[in-house]
Design a protein around this ligand. Structure first.
Ligand code: XUL
Ligand code: CO
Length: 448
């Protein structure tokens, strides 16, 4: 394994070395205060629990451009006039970043890694050339692929959708892309494959058959599942819900919608969900709510960790720094038995105004410290049964007697009536929300 501070023949983040754990008293901004990769928590290291991933798109492709202006950052790895040379440079910059930061995993879209060609065959050739280099870089650095995906939303051909496009020729192009992205993911040992249906939805119902589009989406996902399994993909297929943006309405609206869809079409099991914090809030839910509904269904796969802005109603994709949200999220993950193939992918970008080379490190360091703290808070709450004991008590009337018979399906409505008549007016039992909120804060303020 390489011990050089950078990959290939050029350093893209000069002046920044390997990010180390220095503890809570450190005043070094380029050091971890809480994330200590090898520290053991409940029988596993922090690194094994959290399975952090850096994303390729925001970190190495996004230059800060927005609908009101061009990019605010120019990158050394984009200095060639040849797109494939830039792609190779970008990959070296990415692997330099991953290894200096210490996220053991990364995630990519096909088009992040390799430029689109003039034909399906040329695009495949570009992607597979980059996959060969990625394979080599993974072997040199020990980096692993958390998931791959296809960008079937940026090219204007997908303006009316990819697998839900009203034109079959476009659906076929989406199929070509997903096939190649699955090949790439398998070649790189990816543990998951993600579908985020960016434009799988509608802008106007006047020109849309939602019935046909949803049937086509299910057919497409089934074909992708079958192809993936046929080439030896053993990992998890993941659907990433989002309610809107760029479409007015996206079919994968939220966790409950996706769970119902997967079960209806016989896809649950092969498919699980990838929950993104900012998508959760866009759908009018909390991060924790979306995770809990997946956990309840046995379909909690992975997380895109980021945060939105409480006042803005769009996907700001900021780095997650909210300790409370992280603790509550990790509580759901740990109670569900922890990540299996999934992990915490930072689908987050530095602000357009953050133009220093070190800003990308600072964003990730804060996010990694945030979820490390969340992990320790959640673990302590679980070990002390601080929330699980009162929760079990709250539902204990269903653990025996008529309540248990009801839960087991052994009572009919007339029997319910008779129980009410003999039991009389129920006792008033406090929900104790304030006490539980104070308790969570008490754990958040603990030092570990
Ligand atoms: C878009 C989003 C995507 C997916 C992958 O909101 O989250 O980056 O995570 O396509
Ligand atoms: Co995402």
């Amino acid at each position: 394994m390489s011990t050089s501070p950078y990959i290939g023949d050029r350093e893209y983040f000069p002046g920044i070395g390997k990010i180390a754990y220095e503890g809570p008293e450190s005043d070094n901004p380029l050091a971890f205060k809480r994330y200590d990769a090898n520290k053991r928590v409940a029988g596993k290291t922090m690194a094994e629990h959290l399975r952090y991933a850096t994303c390729y798109w925001h970190s190495f492709c996004g230059d800060g451009s927005d609908p009101f202006g061009p990019g605010s950052r120019s990158y050394l790895w984009n200095d060639s006039s040849d797109p494939m040379t830039n792609a190779r440079q970008k990959m070296d910059a990415a692997f330099e970043f991953f290894t200096k930061l210490g996220t053991p995993y990364y995630c990519f879209h096909d088009r992040d890694m390799a430029p689109e060609g003039d034909s399906v065959a040329q695009s495949e050739e570009n992607l597979f050339a980059m996959v060969e280099l990625a394979k080599q870089r993974q072997a040199e650095t020990g980096m692993k692929l958390l998931w791959g995906t296809a960008n079937a939303f940026s090219n204007p051909r997908y303006m009316n959708g990819a697998s839900t496009n009203p034109n079959f020729d476009v659906v076929a192009h989406a199929g070509a892309q997903v096939k190649a992205a699955l090949d790439a993911t398998v070649a790189l040992g990816g543990e998951n494959y993600v579908f985020w249906g960016g434009r799988e939805g509608y802008i106007s119902l006047l020109n849309t058959s939602t019935k046909r589009e949803l049937e086509h989406m299910a057919r497409f996902l089934t074909m992708a599942r079958d192809y993936g399994r046929s080439i030896g993909f053993k990992g998890t297929f993941l659907i990433e819900p989002k309610p809107m943006e760029p479409t007015k309405h996206q079919y994968d609206f939220d966790a409950q919608t996706v769970i119902g869809f997967l079960r209806h079409h016989g896809l649950a099991g092969d498919f699980q969900l990838n929950i993104e914090a900012n998508h959760a809030t866009l759908s009018g839910h909390t991060f924790e709510h979306e995770l809990q509904l997946c956990a309840d269904a046995g379909l909690l796969g992975s997380i895109d960790a980021n945060r939105g802005d409480a006042q803005n109603g769009w996907d700001t994709d900021q780095f997650p720094v909210d300790l409370y949200d992280a603790a509550r999220g990790m509580l759901v993950v740990l109670e569900a038995g922890g990540f299996k193939t999934g992990g915490l992918n930072f689908d987050a970008k530095v602000r357009r105004e953050s133009t220093d080379n070190e800003d990308l490190f600072l964003g990730h360091i804060g996010a990694m410290d945030t979820f490390a703290h969340g992990l320790e808070v959640a673990n302590a709450i679980i070990e002390d049964e601080a929330l699980s004991a009162p929760l079990a008590q709250r539902y204990s009337s269903f653990d025996s007697g008529a309540g248990k018979d009801f839960a087991d399906g052994k009572l009919d409505l007339a029997a319910l009536r008779d129980h009410a008549a003999s039991a009389g007016e129920p006792e008033k039992i406090s929900g104790k929300q304030e006490q539980l909120e104070n308790l969570v804060n008490q754990y958040l303020l603990k030092s570990f």
